[in-house]
Design a protein around this ligand. Structure first.
Ligand code: BGC
Length: 869
């Protein structure tokens, strides 16, 4: 028996909940204890069937089989980035958990979709849904049970945040809509969606301390603590998770960071309290990869599955769960009902999306080699070998169509003067900058896409996928330009300004491509440890723009970027006639840029973040330096992120959230606002229904002897098994009194949910429609185009409560032909009109007059209406 395994369990348990580091500001209360973990299946509704099946299934399982469902087999111990234990007796397979929110990671013959941020920029709900559906079809074709996406945390409070591009943009409402559509799209195809990362995982620096110690930050002892006030926690960070849960997300991934001094994956306030009680989450919570920091304590705090299964160290083969969970149940530290609940939640998720071991494909690829044959368990020295890659072509018609459509609609035109775009009437065209062309190393030459030496389709890290190809602008535009009879030349060296200037001086139109990249913190690219170091274009892109613009008075800039960049040195240069933003557009990004530049389509993307004039204008910066062993990230901006901050402090941004031009013009008019008749509009919502009675699956505890390693199974080094050794079995004593349960620990299941809970996503009353807003959108220009109607709310005054000047609470994209108009209808839910009252711990509907602001950006409000409660 690995004695240290047990020691770790107890040791780390002793440190749970509140670390000793002082919280700098009083408003951040250390996460309070919330016990017990609410059992799944107590909310009557859409999960009923799944729970009936899951309970029947789990009632039949042995202790070891239950443990197996909840534990990963260890890093590289199976085909996928995460693999659970299987139940051979019942023909129940190991579940395959696989990245990423952009496309399948590590395989071949898959699609690389535009990333989350590009998807957010489309503001197109149908595309959000269809992209997820196409992605899930590919995942299913490869035999993936659990897709590790969508990602809606980070939300992007700091513009340099390394993984902002994986999520949908710097506003919780936008993230929530995209998360909702993504979960529906994924799960309709029978794949389990994973909504991640829960929660407040807003920067890469110091998110997982071992990773950063290895990068030289040796005084770190724990991941950073995101210190978030109660209101921001719910109105900003948990908001999109509520939408995902409402959509039925069957799993949630807890994050690497701490929140209010407690590790996110052992934080009972977050998992038991917010997720499972307040938001009524009925699926299972898995840890981020090695984000689990304790055994029993995490389980009691609401963690249901450990990934990838190893414990404190990467690939160390020493699990927190697996055999240690078997021991913890046998000795009474973890009550058997909790293990039953963990297993039932996993199985309910499985049945909720309609998976069935008889029909669901098994994994037909290996994450760890693209060769056809290789080790089956590459993580162990004694792995058997076999055929591991069947090279199944997962790409279908939907993927092909959607990948291009999302890329096209994600492109944001931010400047267009002197009729520069769409390109017309030119004969000599030139492209400049490495981002215009392919990477010299090829589409996948840099592991995990960790370089920025060509077209930027996505960022780097676990949110990536292998490109089947990546279409650069040089390739796509070359063909179109030649077909249109133009000359087509280029200089792809970012630093050879002399050659660039020479070409720029001889052509009609110069298009300069600049880029900025970021990714996950385990890789350093051009000195950026995941998060960007600054907001400037990579490779001195500003100099290239200046050099070309000095020679050519029709210089167009294309920005391929993971987020906002500082464009102040050239944006007002009169020779820079147009600027396009291509935000992580996936494998077809070059096609999409081409289509917009040549006017094959009219641009319709809107910025999902604010572009400031100066970095200091943003409310938040990444914390780059470690000043104490546990970095303290105080979210002092509270709910005032992105445009809310710029509005509050009356800062003029360069380009605001929601902004984007078109080749046509629109007129939004005739606002009508109606309040719903008969809807309850009291300040507090109606109380949610009580929980239904607890169902205990099977409380029998077997004899420890039954958990001993069978003689007839192979025992691979480092593989995580549920079994224990004979001597451990001999020494185990069932004793419920000696485990140091945390303060506030209880095992009594509540009969009533939190007043904000009781339904998937929260109190069902929060989802009632209280008002409907209608406007007419007319295309007053000369080409077909799509406009995004954006609805912002200005709330009534409430004593002692500060509201943003405006808050996004609705949007709809409509495609309208020239001379035509369309009516857009937007529903406002109680939730949209409420704020979280910290003292009353409830969502309250302020009394007084609400102003409805309609426009096509957060700063271009053209229609207003109002209503009162
Ligand atoms: C990332 C997750 C990812 C997991 C598995 C972690 O490092 O934070 O987003 O799903 O690895 O690869």
């Amino acid at each position: 028996m690995k004695h240290y395994g047990i020691q770790i369990l107890w040791l780390v348990a002793a440190q749970i909940i509140v670390s000793s580091f002082a919280v700098q500001a009083e408003r951040y209360i250390p996460s309070p204890p919330v016990y017990p973990a609410p059992m799944g299946g107590m909310i009557d509704g859409e999960w009923n069937d799944a729970y009936t099946k899951a309970r029947a299934f789990v009632a039949n399982l042995t202790l070891l089989e239950k443990v197996n469902i909840t534990s990963g087999t260890g890093w590289q111990m199976g085909p996928c980035v995460g693999n659970t234990g299987s139940i051979p007796r019942l023909g129940f397979p190991s579940l395959c958990l696989q990245d990423s929110p952009t496309g399948i990671r590590y395989t071949d013959l898959n699609t690389v979709f535009p990333a989350g941020l590009a998807t957010g920029a489309t503001f197109n709900k149908d595309l959000m849904y269809l992209r997820a559906k196409a992605m899930a079809q590919e995942n299913k074709a490869k035999g993936i049970n659990v897709l590790l996406g969508p990602c809606m945390g980070p939300i992007g409070r700091a513009p340099e945040g390394g993984r902002n591009w994986e999520a949908f943009g710097s506003d919780p409402y936008l993230q929530g809509v995209a998360a909702y559509q993504s979960v529906i799209g994924i799960q309709e195809e029978g794949v389990i969606a994973t909504s991640k990362h829960f929660i407040a995982n807003e920067q890469e620096h110091f998110r997982q301390h071992q990773e950063w110690v290895a990068q030289g930050f040796t005084n770190l002892s724990e991941p950073y603590s995101s210190n978030v006030d109660e209101r921001a926690l719910r109105e900003i960070y948990a908001w999109p998770f509520a939408d995902a849960i409402r959509a039925g997300t069957a799993s949630v991934m807890c994050s690497y960071n701490q929140v209010n001094q407690s590790q996110a994956c052992q934080n009972s306030y977050l998992m038991n309290g917010i997720l499972k009680d307040e938001l009524g989450f009925q699926g299972f919570v898995m840890s981020d990869w090695n984000g689990q920091r304790s055994g029993v304590a995490s389980v009691l705090a609401g963690l249901d599955m450990s990934m990838p299964g190893d414990g404190l160290g990467w690939a160390d083969g020493i699990p927190y769960l697996g055999s240690n969970l078997t021991i913890a149940v046998l000795n009474g530290s973890v009550p058997i009902w909790r293990l039953d609940d963990m297993a039932t939640r996993v199985m309910a998720a499985y049945f909720k999306v309609g998976q069935d071991p008889k029909t669901y494909p098994v994994p037909n690829f290996s994450s760890f080699t693209l060769a056809t044959h290789g080790p089956i368990y590459p993580g162990t020295t004694e792995s058997p070998s076999g055929k591991v890659n069947y090279h199944v072509n997962a790409r279908g018609d939907l993927s092909r169509e959607i990948v291009r459509a999302v890329a096209q609609e994600s492109i944001v035109l931010v400047k267009n003067t002197k009729n520069a775009l769409p390109l017309s009437g030119i004969t000599k065209l030139g492209l400049f900058g490495s981002a215009a062309g392919p990477s010299p190393l090829g589409p996948n030459g840099c592991p995990e896409r960790g370089c920025a030496n060509g077209t930027i389709g996505i960022g780097w890290g676990s949110g990536t996928s292998n490109f089947p190809y990546i279409m650069s602008a040089v390739e796509a535009m070359g063909i179109e330009a030649i077909n249109r009879g133009m000359t087509f030349e280029y200089v792809l060296d970012d630093y050879d300004l002399t050659t660039a200037e020479t070409l720029a001086a001889t052509i009609d139109t110069a298009i300069v491509f600049i880029s900025a990249d970021s990714g996950e913190g385990f890789m350093v690219v051009e000195g950026n440890h995941g998060d960007r170091n600054d907001l400037y274009a990579f490779h001195s892109g500003d100099d290239l723009v200046a050099a070309v613009a000095a020679q050519n008075e029709n210089t167009i800039v294309v920005i391929e970027s993971v987020g906002a960049i500082d464009m102040e040195s050239w944006i007002e240069n009169g020779n820079v006639t147009a600027v396009l933003y291509a935000i992580t557009g996936g494998q077809d990004v070059g096609f999409a840029i081409n289509d917009v530049l040549f006017g094959n389509i009219s641009p319709s993307g809107k910025l999902p973040f604010t572009i400031a004039k100066h970095r200091k204008d943003y409310p938040v910066d990444v914390m780059y330096k470690v000043e104490q062993p546990v970095p303290q990230l105080n979210f002092t901006e509270e709910i005032f992120i992105d445009y809310r901050h710029f509005d509050k402090y009356k800062i003029k941004p360069r380009y605001e959230f929601g902004y984007g031009l078109s080749y046509t013009t629109f007129n939004i008019s005739t606002i009508s606002v109606t309040t719903a008749t008969g809807a309850a509009t009291d300040e507090a919502p109606a109380l949610p229904p009580p929980y239904s009675a607890v169902v205990i699956t099977n409380e029998t505890l077997p004899h420890a002897k039954s958990a001993v390693y069978p003689a007839d199974i192979p025992r691979y080094p480092k593989y995580v098994y549920p079994y224990i050794t004979k001597s451990t079995a001999h020494s185990i004593k069932y004793d419920r009194s000696s485990y140091p349960y945390p303060k506030g620990y209880s095992e009594e299941q509540p009969t009533l949910p939190s007043i904000v809970g009781g339904g998937s996503g929260g109190n069902p009353a929060l989802w009632e429609v209280l008002a409907v807003v209608e406007v007419t959108v007319a295309n007053t220009g000369s080409v077909l185009g799509a406009e995004v109607v954006q609805l912002y709310i200005a709330y009534p005054e409430v004593k002692g409560v500060e509201f943003p000047v405006k808050t996004l609470r609705g949007f709809e994209k409509v495609s309208v032909a020239p001379g035509q108009s369309a009516t857009v209808s937007l529903n406002l839910l109680r939730r949209d009109l409420s704020y979280y009252d910290v003292a009353r711990r409830n969502w309250l509907l302020p009394r007084g007059r609400y102003t409805v602001l309609i426009g096509n950006s957060s700063r271009n409000i053209t229609e207003a209406g109002s209503f009162s409660f």
